[in-house]
Design a protein around this ligand. Structure first.
Ligand code: CA
Length: 377
């Protein structure tokens, strides 16, 4: 089998209202999809996390290197692309581009062998994944101390057993929001907070000490990704587990994070950190370091499907036992017109549980008409 074409699709959709994390407001959602075709008619889809115009340029530049290559040689092709761009792109958009390509190769591989990707990755430990609701962003209108608890209670009513709150808006405001959300969801629903690296270690430690009393399952991206010493300081100061890694890339980047013991929970993004090939390697390394792995997910149904296949094969957080603690899926509940629309069969949750696709490859079918509606160029 040979690769005959590599195509990129920049998708864009306007939102009905603006939303904000701690760092910026946004009013559109974008996606960058990769389609790889072969001489045997097998087609694979991937997705790149990151700035769509730039990741598309990366994939378009790499595409000629892939024409004529065997798409089943995914590790070998990964290494070839990485080596050719190593001097210029060990992290960031180059690896995000590589990740999208790798996902498409895995989709082809699964379709070629008639097997779901999780089977080719080593076999599913689980076919259903507990999802947590990612939402609780800021709005232009209203009082967050009123609308955040209401939104959180809505997720609990849908069946979610865990929710994640955006923080990073100032320690006092974050503390009030965390308290209000905890009161709204009750004591048995897990609550995580995510500062989107808006703090330095001094502010992060102060916030952590204020919210430890609200039983926070993890404190995500307390400080900027480059500040490994800051991560360590926050981790040492707090009893709350520290999570991060959506801005880290490849086995080489995560090696540094793991060796420095900067994190309790690693969150590589499957569409950013280098694809399924790389994230499986990072996951194996995380297990060896005793670090939990819960992937970051912020994309369309392709990103969700790829993350589900990886989640299916991850080891439990705790050693195998009668009641292991299992990895969980980040399930974005914010507005994203493209997310499910491009799938013939949307990936939805039932009472906070999402089934792992079991069709060949990524187990999804792309609705090309729907996709065409969102193409931005
Ligand atoms: Ca995050």
């Amino acid at each position: 089998m040979k690769i005959t074409a590599v195509s990129t699709y920049i998708l864009q959709a306007s939102l009905s209202q603006s939303a904000a994390c701690s760092r910026f407001w946004y009013d559109t959602r974008t996606a960058m999809l990769v389609e790889i075709q072969t001489d045997q008619g097998v087609v694979g889809w991937g997705e790149c996390y990151g700035p769509a115009q730039i990741t598309a340029a990366v994939v378009d530049c790499v595409a000629p290197w892939l024409i004529g290559e065997d798409p089943l040689h995914s590790d070998s092709l990964w290494r070839m692309i990485y080596a050719r761009l190593r001097d210029h792109g060990q992290k960031g958009v180059v690896i995000q581009g590589l990740g999208g390509i790798d996902l498409a190769l895995w989709d082809i591989k699964g379709k070629y062998f008639g097997a779901p990707v999780h089977q080719l990755l080593g076999g599913a430990e689980r076919n259903e994944i507990t999802a947590y609701a990612t939402g609780l962003y800021r709005r232009k209108e209203g009082d967050p101390i009123r609308y955040l608890p209401e939104e959180a209670a809505g997720y609990v009513a849908e069946g979610f057993s865990a929710v994640k709150l955006r923080v990073g808006f100032g320690v006092d405001e974050d503390t009030a929001a965390t308290r209000a959300v905890r009161e709204a969801i009750g004591p048995s629903v897990a609550l995580m907070v995510d500062a989107n690296h808006a703090y330095d270690s001094i502010a992060a430690i102060r916030l952590g000490r204020m919210i430890e009393q609200y039983d926070v399952s993890w404190f995500e991206e307390p400080v900027p990704p480059e500040d490994i010493a800051g991560y360590r300081a926050v981790k040492l100061a707090l009893s709350i587990p520290i999570a991060g890694g959506e801005c880290e890339f490849t086995r080489f980047g995560f090696r540094e994070l793991f060796v420095s013991r900067a994190l309790d929970i690693a969150q590589p993004d499957t569409c950013a950190a280098g694809g399924l090939s790389e994230c499986k390697k990072i996951a194996d390394m995380a297990e060896a370091f005793g670090i939990r792995y819960n992937p970051h997910v912020w994309g369309t149904g392709i990103a969700i499907a790829a993350s589900l296949h990886l989640l299916a094969v991850l080891p439990p957080h705790t050693p195998p036992s009668l009641n292991p603690i299992e990895p969980i899926l980040e399930f974005d509940r914010t507005e994203h017109p493209i997310r499910q629309a491009i799938l013939v069969e949307p990936i939805e949750h039932a009472c906070g549980i999402v089934r792992v696709p079991d069709g060949p490859g990524l187990g999804i079918e792309i609705d090309r008409k729907a996709l065409a509606r969102f193409v931005a160029r």
